[in-house]
Each structure stands twice: as structure tokens, then as C-alpha cells.
Design a protein. Structure first.
Lengths: 112, 111
């Protein structure tokens, strides 16, 4: 039972291009939607997060777009850089304990 | 970096042996979590804790038990390890704001 579905599995982008990763969720009780970035050999780290009362959140080159009616959210990386090459996970959570349900991950490669 | 230490970082064991992974935090955070990471599955929650001696099951808890006798320590035990438990295990902590801070992982291989 995969409550958060993520696509694509892998993505290759040229330097300066836009990277787009999509996620869809099933549980309408989810109320917190973060994106995590993971480099090889490291634990995931929070990149940006959104709550369902807004449709978009931007932090530097990273933007989350949120569509509550479609139960979808996406990560846009503008002006992608080789240093952005990593695995990206979307996630969702509910409740005070904030246990996250993760998507399956997207391996992003930005070519120089 | 959040003060999270996982030990051991690497372990190779045989099927049927018990294994304990330790997570130690210096942040005094209330919530602690154990996830496993496998290709194609992302990270899946095994167990979590919302206080000393307060724990609950996650999505993939079968074959695992946990204990939290002190705020700073959260132990994950595999009573009898199986090859399907070969994985990278991540501990995470949270102060309740929603952001989880992850350790660097423990790679377990069960032969």
C-alpha cells in the first residue's frame, strides 16, 4: 500500500535547466508535505516543506507547487546545478507525532 | 548537524542471530523514529517513539522491536535476523515541528 507515489524514478537535466519531480498522495488527512534531499552515504535532509493552506512555496531555486483537489504536489528546481545531483524524496505526514510516509525517490543527475 | 549518532554504522551478521542498532541524540527531542531504506521503496517507518517508554508501530514493524528507556536513546532490535532485513537503517529525531533530522545510517547485511 503506497500512500505517496513519486515520479519519475530518475531524471537527467542539463545545467541551467528546470528539474520537476511529482508526487501524488491518497490520504486526505495528510497536512504536511516536505521534500528531502539525500546525498550518497548521508541521511536525508529537509529541503523545503508546505502545508495545504497554500498552493505554492518558494525558497531560492526550489519551489513546491501544491494542488489539494488533485492530491498532488511537485518540486521544481530552477537553474539546476551539478551540485543538485542527489536523490529527492517527497513525503507526507499527519498527527502530532509527524511520522512521515515517503515516496520511492527520484535520482536527479544534473549534467555540467 | 543535528546531534544524532547511530551505531554500529556497518554490520554483517548471519541469519538467525539477534542484532541491536542504537540511536543516540543530544538534542533532547521528544520524537524518535527508525526507518529502513531499500531501493524502489524509499524510506519506510519501522517504529517510532513519542516519549520515554512510549512507542508505536510503523508500516513495516514485523520482525522488529524497539525500546526507549531514556530520552536520548532509541534501540532497534532484530530478534532473529533474516536476509529480508538486509537494508540501510536510519534513525530520525523531531521536536514536533514536523521537520525530521536524520542520522547517517547503519548498513546491515544479513547473510
Amino acid at each position: 500500500q503506497q500512500q505517496v507515489k513519486q515520479s519519475p524514478q530518475s531524471l537527467i537535466v542539463q545545467k541551467g535547466g528546470i528539474s520537476i519531480i511529482n508526487c501524488a498522495y491518497e490520504n486526505t488527512a495528510f497536512d504536511y508535505f516536505p521534500w528531502y534531499q539525500q546525498f550518497p552515504g548521508k541521511g536525508p535532509a529537509l529541503l523545503i516543506a508546505i502545508r495545504p493552506d497554500v498552493s505554492e512555496k518558494k525558497e531560492g531555486r526550489f519551489t513546491i507547487s501544491f494542488n489539494k483537489s488533485a492530491k498532488q504536489f511537485s518540486l521544481h528546481i530552477m537553474d539546476s546545478q551539478p551540485g543538485d545531483s542527489a536523490t529527492y524524496f517527497c513525503a507526507a505526514s499527519k498527527g502530532s507525532a509527524r511520522q512521515l510516509t515517503f515516496g520511492s525517490g527520484t535520482q536527479l543527475t544534473v549534467l555540467p | 548537524d543535528a546531534g544524532i549518532t547511530q551505531s554500529p554504522r556497518h554490520k554483517v551478521t548471519e541469519t538467525g542471530t539477534p542484532v541491536t542498532l542504537r540511536c543516540h541524540q543530544t538534542e533532547n527531542h521528544r520524537y524518535m523514529y527508525w526507518y529502513r531504506q531499500d531501493p524502489g521503496h524509499g524510506l519506510r517507518l519501522i517504529h517510532y517513539s513519542y516519549g520515554v517508554k512510549d512507542t508505536d508501530k510503523g508500516e513495516v514493524s514485523d520482525g522488529y522491536s524497539v525500546s526507549r528507556s531514556k530520552t536520548e536513546d532509541f534501540l532497534l532490535t532484530l530478534e532473529s535476523a533474516t536476509s529480508s532485513q538486509t537494508s540501510v537503517y536510519f534513525c530520525a529525531i523531531s521536536g514536533g515541528t514536523g521537520e525530521l533530522f536524520f542520522g547517517e545510517g547503519s548498513r546491515l547485511t544479513v547473510l
